[in-house]
Design a binder for this molecule. Structure first.
Ligand code: MF3
Ligand code: CO
Ligand code: CO
Length: 269
């Protein structure tokens, strides 16, 4: 395993080779396929626990293991975050979806060799408010604006600044307490990929770096709080929150997105 000479908070950043890209393609594809599979089930009346079971069955049938199970004591195959829940929503038998909800589902299957594919999308349940639809749209565009900058020489500051500017232009706010992360054979690795920043600062991207970009966008303030279960994170002002996440690799001249949905793949043809 090669290491970059750059460090993040004193810890080295891994540089992956062509074979590692192959593994990430497989893990990323299972992650994306899991969300493609769950999409039609995200409807009024279903519980988040049932959605979690469907995700788990799909990931296992595809030959992967949900990396979140027993991760720092977490017990579920997915995180399911509804409306004002920002991230790490815990699947529940009593949380029933209703029309108008926005629901982020975040899955991280790991395959043989411990390669992780980490992705999330925010789904809309039935007809949602104009505000909710705009928030979801902005969260997707903010993530993709960050992804579009990924190439050797771009800095993580460039990416954070771009994401934040998309969010601010929409008069929404970018959550500061959680960030993207290096990923590969380690679920949460260096570097930290924050969704704010100053252009031209921070880690300079090099071919072979793998990380996630996963902005959380609040309709109100950026402040969040973690509930008593130590996982569920909500907006402090109870405003709506939306998030999307892709796992990417830096190539010689740009980016490879490992977690493209079938729809995104078709659009990129
Ligand atoms: N998939 C989440 C992320 O994007 C992490 C979930 S960890 C869990 O980084 F333990 F909450 F599942
Ligand atoms: Co992640
Ligand atoms: Co994730």
């Amino acid at each position: 395993m090669r290491l970059s000479t750059q460090k993040d908070y004193g810890k080295p950043i891994r540089l992956h080779d062509a074979e590692h890209f192959e593994h990430m393609r497989i893990a990323g594809r299972i992650a994306a396929d899991t969300l493609d599979h769950i999409a039609p089930y995200v409807r009024p009346g279903i519980t988040t626990a049932e959605l979690d079971r469907i995700c788990e069955a799909f990931m296992r049938a595809a030959g992967s293991i949900p990396a979140t199970i027993d991760y720092h004591g977490y017990k579920h195959a997915s995180c399911i975050s509804v409306n004002h829940v920002v991230t790490h929503g815990v699947p529940s038998e009593t949380k029933v979806l209703k029309a108008g909800d926005i629901v982020n589902i975040d899955v991280t299957p790991k395959i043989e060799g411990n390669w992780h594919g980490d992705t999330s999308r925010t789904f809309m349940v039935g007809e949602v408010s104009i505000l909710a639809a705009r928030l979801v749209d902005v969260a997707y565009k903010a993530m993709m604006a960050g992804v579009a900058l990924v190439k050797p020489g771009t800095t993580l500051g460039d990416i954070g600044a771009e994401i934040d500017s998309v969010i601010r232009a929409a008069r929404f706010s970018s959550v500061r307490d959680f960030c993207g992360h290096g990923v590969g054979q380690i679920f949460h690795d260096t570097p930290q990929v924050v969704h704010q920043g100053k252009r031209g600062t921070g880690i300079v991207l090099e071919p072979g770096m793998f990380f996630t970009i996963e902005p959380m966008v609040n309709a109100g303030g950026y402040q969040v709080k973690v509930l008593g279960d130590k996982w569920t994170t909500v907006t402090k002002d109870h405003s709506l929150s939306a998030q999307f996440e892709h796992t990417v690799g830096v190539t010689e001249d740009g980016v490879e997105i490992f977690t493209l949905s079938a729809k995104e793949r078709a659009e990129r043809q």
